[in-house]
Each structure stands twice: as C-alpha cells, then as structure tokens.
Design a protein around this ligand. Structure first.
Ligand SMILES: [Ca+2]
Ligand SMILES: [Ca+2]
Length: 738
C-alpha cells in the first residue's frame, strides 16, 4: 500500500487529492479490481438501477449516480442528515417497479434534538430526485446518545415487501424487546404499513412490523434473486461475525445472550447463524461483517463455479470470502485478500461483476474476470497535479498471460529504465511536465495505456497545525473534546477557516470509524458519546487538512486517548454469573472501561451452579437488579448477593430431604435423608451470605437416615442446610426462631 496524490478535475480548478491506493490485491487468476469512481468520501451503500446506473450513498447525505463508469457532477439528492458516528445516509432500495414509477427509498438519520432514523420514498427525475418528492414512509424510534449500530440495509423481498435492517442503538436489551424497532429486521409495505404475513400480528406498531429479532447491528443483508432467501449479516461485539438465515419470519438470533454459534439445547428458542467467523487477523477472520451478496447473475463471464456462491467481506481484514450454500452446512472459501481498506456493501452488478465500496479510498471498485491471453489494462494511469519537489507516481494494472513487461514513455519516447508496473519521479520538477503512458506486453502481444498528464506546479504545500488538543490529551466519555488549528502557506499566507477541514475518527482495536469531515472552521468541539462502544481499546484521531489556493494540501493529526477505570465484579457465593451490557459474564471478572461510559449491569436469576439454585438478593452498591452505571474515575468492585432457593430439590433428587422441626427453636435440626445405598454425606449450615457456620460428615445406610445436626446457639433468622451427596447437592431453607 502506498500513498498517492491523484488528481481530479473539478470545474476549472485542478484539485490534488492524496489518498491510499492499493495495488497489492490478491485475486484468483484472471480476476482484477478496477476503479470505477472515486472522490466519494465516507461511502456507505450502493444499489443498481435496472438501466445499469449505480446509486452510491455518502454518509453525509449525498446520493451520487455513477453512469458509464463516472460519477455525475451533481448529486441525485443532497439530504441534510445527522452523520455522527455511524449515522447518516445509510440505506437505499429501489422500488421493484423503479423502471415504471421511479421510486427510490432511502434510510437516513434525521438531525435535530430528537435524532432518529427515517425511511422515505423519493421520485427520480432522470439523474436527480424530483424536488419535493420526499414521502416519509416510516419514522423509527428515537436514538440515544449512542451514535453506532444503526443498521440501515434495505431490500425488497421477492414478495414485494420492503425489508429493513436496524441496529440496536448500542443498547443490547433492545434486541430482545419487540416493542422497539431497534435490533430488528422489519418487513413493511411500500407505504410503511404493516403487511399480512408478519410473525407478530398483535401489540405495538413496532411489534407488528418485526420480521426477525435478537440482532446487534445488521448492517447489510441480501435477498436471493430467484429463491427469495434472505441472509442477514449481523456485526458482532467481541467474538463473532454472523450470517443468519432470516427467510422465515419470527426468528430470534440470540443477541445479546449469544454471539456466534451456540448449543441449541441450551437456547432452544434462538436460531443459530448459518455461518459465523471469529475475530482475528487472518483471511476469514475479522472485526465486522460489512457486506454480503448472492452471486446469481443473469449473465456473467466469471467461471461457473462461482455461480450460487454467497460472497461476503469484512471491514478490517481486506478480504472477500465465499460460502458454498449447496450442502447442509455452509462451506467457506477464500476469494480475495488485500483489497481496499474499510470495505463494505459488496453487491452483484447488473453486468455480472461484483462491486464494492472502500471508505479508506473513498471509491467504488468492480471485480472483473478476463482470461484472454493478450495483455488487457484494468486500471489506467491517472493524471497527476503535484507541487514541485513532490513525488509523481504513475501506475498501471493489467491482466493477460504472464510474464507481463512494461515500457513507460514520456511524450511518446521510451523512458530509460522505466520497466515496471509503476513509474515514480522523486522530487518532481517543472521539466517533468508531459504526457505519460505505458506499453504492456507479453508473448501474445502488447497494449498501450491511455495518456496521463503530469502537471507540476511551482507551489509550496501548505502547513497544517493542530493547536488543541495538545499531544497527550485524554478524554472522559460524555464530555466535549475541543479542537482548534490553523493553516499557513508560503504563497497564500495564513489560510482562512474555509481552507480547513477536520476529520474526527473513532478508532477501535485495529479499525477506525471514519466520519464525514467538519469543514470550514478553525475551531470547534464534539461530544464524546457516553453510550455506544464499550471496549476500552478506543481512541480518537483528529486530522486537520488545509488546502491552499492551488489545491495542494497539508495535514496534521493528534490522538486523544481515553481515561480508564477497572470495574471488578464478584458474587456471593463466588463464581455465579452476572450480565454486562446484556451479555453473560462469569465472576470474578475485571473489566477495564472508559471513564464516563454507561455500562448496563444485570443479573441472571435464578441460576443454577453445581445443582444449587440461587436467587439474586442485592448489589453491594444498593442499585437495582439491572442498573446503568457510569464508569467512575476510580476503580470499583460490585458484588452481587445471592441466596439459595428451597423447593427445587424435587427436580434434583429422587428422594425427599426434610428438616424438622422447621422453624426450629433448638440448637439442632434433624435432617431426614433417604438413600438408596451406603454413601457419605456432608451437611453444612450456611448463612444468607453463603458463609459456612457448621459442617458435619456422616455415613448413610440404605433406607431412611434421620441425621441430628447440632449447630449450637446461633442468631435467629434464615439459613440454608446444604446436603452434599456423592452426585447431588441439595439445599433447604431453615428458619431459626426464638
Ligand atoms: Ca446471533
Ligand atoms: Ca502553496
């Protein structure tokens, strides 16, 4: 991967845009990646029109039309949206009758005090939306301060209904609550109303639109173009990324209790994913599933073995994999690696090629197949506009019988030594201006690329400087981070605020959540949400880009790290489970958390451990059974108090153990233990904090065993008698009175 300055011509201004292009993609033989369109910052999703136009959404609300491999100059629509975090313009579906009615449906975040996601219908008039054509189809539930997990994918099913995937707004409990749209796949009519055939026919408006639930952040899904099968890609938390079959209504995919595959007998009401891949750094592992598409084209020149496969991709690890769905188990295979960064929205195009978006490159790519022997150029060298002294980097990619050889020319004349796929001029000078092209040859012939123009300007690139935050600054969630900076340029002098652009990217583990830039200000602030991402491996990277009057750019960046505390969780007795943000957690456990982040702490009650059933009594901080806790500045320990439950022994033991008298006013109780054989028994008296007071051991014989158990003088109150047999432990509640 190398950083390049690639030029784009915008009106009469030549603008140099520096970004990363990857030439190291690894595809199967005779496949290649082709750049279709770029300068699409923060793309989110694409959709194909029947006529071959491609709609590509930008998170900031712009919807672009890509026509004949070029982005049109004017957006289809420029919506005003809230684009913080993962919010923004994040879903598109074209009406099944788009060719006739020109209807197109968008999913976007409505800005303002009551931020929420909305589904609206727009009418196309050629390549732009008809003014005033918005018809609101459905207003989704209000969002919390968490800006992540919005879902957004929309597709029409083969049944003509609109399916909409919605994230749980980073509140896991939403996923199991049928009275909110969050954490669901919806099935609605084109006008937003409730259709016939949904699994839940009564109750709230939300419930009646639910098609599937138990979802975390179903960012993408796909509908099989022939069978109508629905595969839903659910982005996971810490362990697994899932592909779920949501073809049949009413399924519960288990979040937040489960993530990835689980034991069906443990959770009989949940539906396992058809495929799940773990978090990790290799091909087939990743951090977030961000695209999937059935490869069932009307026509394609891909080898026939790919037809019927399900292609899917991961945000972090730059791979595309396939699933073979022909057998009873989905079988994964590798396809591509080292593709462009932060990839998403892989989609089968009308032309039988796969397409995907890259947020790192701000670009739309297609994947072509060409097994002809003659050299065939897949990516032409691009025009460059740079400043004197910068690096000019031309490149070409080609298919054809290997080995391929390259011969670069300037103004039609061979450049000595320029014989690789890239041609680099370090320290470019005005004399380097000219037309550059390359001749690609192999045993079958040769092909000449298009000419790329190099324009070297006498221009000193501007200097960006971030003033605040200063290096080493930290933050607490729920508070503002202030930023300020300046740009200076040798030719222009101090740059106006309009020349400044700020990117505030949220980094999590190995990936980042880039957000639309804040343009035209020299200072500002942004609120760090106190909900959303609960990982402590997070930080913000603030990048200032300044642009001078010649279109050259300079950058500065600073990282702001979070302050953290440790949350220690314990239970009494030890070793029981609590829930943290809805997920089961075995204690004792220590979790590092960003200060200020709200954590949801709950309890599984009753729960069984070693055949004893326990019931929740209290939290050591006096909070409710399920409580929201802002991560404090200092480390804390929270202990959940449990008591044993009596009356469950019938399920645990085929005999009946009884205590008499109970309540007892004496210094002992008689424990009656029937036994089918000789065995040892241990009897313990424990208090409500599960602390042992007295314990005895005794040999039982076959038959009834009335065992006197002396515990001496103890305070009146509630206790448990715990009877430990060879294969069972049974507890009974004992009341000691005056
Ligand atoms: Ca699941
Ligand atoms: Ca300058």
């Amino acid at each position: 991967m190398r950083s390049l300055c690639v030029t784009t011509s915008i009106s009469l201004l030549l603008t140099a845009t520096c970004f990363h292009l990857t030439y190291a993609q690894v595809y199967p033989a005779d496949f290649a990646q082709v750049l279709v369109a770029n300068v699409i910052p923060n793309p989110t999703v694409m959709a194909f029109a029947p006529d071959g136009r491609i709609f590509v959404a930008q998170q900031n609300g712009n919807l672009w039309v890509i026509k004949d491999n070029a982005k049109l100059a004017t957006p289809f629509i420029d919506l005003t949206v809230n684009s913080s975090g993962e919010r923004g313009l994040i879903g598109i579906a074209l009406d099944p009758d788009f060719s006739i009615n020109n209807y197109l449906y968008l999913y976007y975040t409505v800005p303002g005090a009551s931020a929420h996601n909305r589904i609206s219908r727009f009418t196309a008039n050629g390549d732009v939306a008809e003014t005033g054509s918005e018809l609101i189809i459905l207003e989704l539930d209000p969002l919390s301060s968490a800006t992540n997990h919005n879902g957004g994918a929309m597709h029409f099913g083969k049944d003509g209904k609109l399916y909409v995937a919605i994230g749980e707004n980073a509140n896991p409990a939403n996923a199991q609550n049928l009275n909110t749209y969050h954490g669901k796949l919806l099935r609605i009519n084109k006008d937003g109303s409730v259709p016939d055939g949904n699994p839940f026919t009564t109750g709230s408006e939300q419930r009646k639109r639910v098609w599937a639930y138990g979802l975390r952040n179903p960012y993408t899904f796909a509908v099989h173009p022939e069978t109508g099968r629905i595969l839903l890609n659910d982005v996971g938390q810490s362990g697994w990324e899932e592909i779920n079959d949501a073809t049949t209504g009413g399924k519960n995919f288990g979040w937040p209790t489960t993530e990835g595959a689980f034991n069906q007998t443990t959770y009989p009401n949940f539906t396992n994913p058809i495929y799940a891949y773990p978090h990790g750094a290799d091909d087939g592992e990743g951090c977030a599933i961000t695209g999937g598409t059935f490869f069932n084209p009307t026509t394609t020149n891909y080898p026939s073995g790919y037809v019927g496969r399900y292609f899917f991709q991961d945000l972090c690890n730059k791979w595309i994999n396939t699933l073979d769905l022909s057998g009873s188990n989905a079988v994964r295979a590798s396809f591509a690696t080292a593709i462009a960064g932060n990839a998403l929205s892989i989609t089968l195009g009308n032309d039988g090629n796969l397409y995907y978006l890259s947020r790192s490159a701000g670009a739309l790519y297609k994947i072509i197949y060409n097994n002809t022997t003659a050299p065939f150029i897949t990516n032409q060298p691009a025009d460059l506009v740079i400043s004197e002294g910068q690096v000019a980097n031309f490149s070409v990619t080609a298919l054809g019988t290997t080995p391929l050889t390259y011969r670069w020319q300037k103004n039609g004349v061979n450049i000595p030594g320029a014989t690789s796929a890239t041609f680099v001029i370090n320290n470019a000078a005005l004399a380097d201006n000219g037309e550059y092209r390359v001749i690609v040859s192999n045993i079958s012939g040769d092909v000449t690329s298009t000419e790329a123009t190099l324009t070297v300007m006498l221009n000193v690139i501007p200097v960006a400087e971030i003033i605040t935050p200063v290096l080493g600054s930290t933050y607490v969630a729920g508070t503002d981070i202030d930023f300020s900076g300046s740009g200076t340029d040798v030719e222009d002098g101090p740059l106006a605020a309009s020349a400044l652009s700020w990117a505030i990217n949220f980094h999590h583990d190995t990936h980042n959540h880039d957000q639309p830039a804040i343009d035209g200000v020299s200072s500002g602030s942004f609120l760090v949400p106190n909900e959303g991402e609960t990982s402590d491996n997070v930080w913000y990277r603030i990048i200032l880009t300044v642009t001078d009057s010649r279109g050259s750019t300079g950058k500065d960046s600073v990282d702001v790290n979070p302050q953290k505390s440790t949350l220690n969780f314990a239970t009494n007795p030890p070793g029981l489970q609590i829930t943290l943000d809805g997920q089961p957690l075995e204690t004792p456990a220590s979790v590092v958390s960003v200060e200020g982040i709200l954590r949801s702490i709950g309890i599984i009650t009753p729960q069984v451990k070693d055949d004893v059933t326990y019931s929740f009594e209290s939290w050591s901080n006096g909070g409710a059974q399920t409580q929201s806790l802002a991560t404090p500045a200092d480390d804390i320990t929270l202990t959940a108090q449990f008591s044993t439950i009596v009356g469950t022994e019938a399920n645990l033991y085929d005999g009946i153990i009884s205590l008499f008298p109970n309540p007892s006013r004496q210094d002992h109780v008689t424990v009656s233990i029937p036994s089918s054989r000789e065995q040892m028994v241990k009897i313990r008296l424990v208090d409500l904090l599960s602390r042992d007071i007295v314990a005895i051991q005794k040999e039982l014989h076959a038959g009834d065993n009335p065992v006197p158990f002396y515990y001496g003088k103890i305070n009146k109150g509630m206790y448990s008698i715990v009877v430990e047999l060879a294969d069972k432990t049974i507890s009974k509640r004992l009341v000691v009175s005056d």
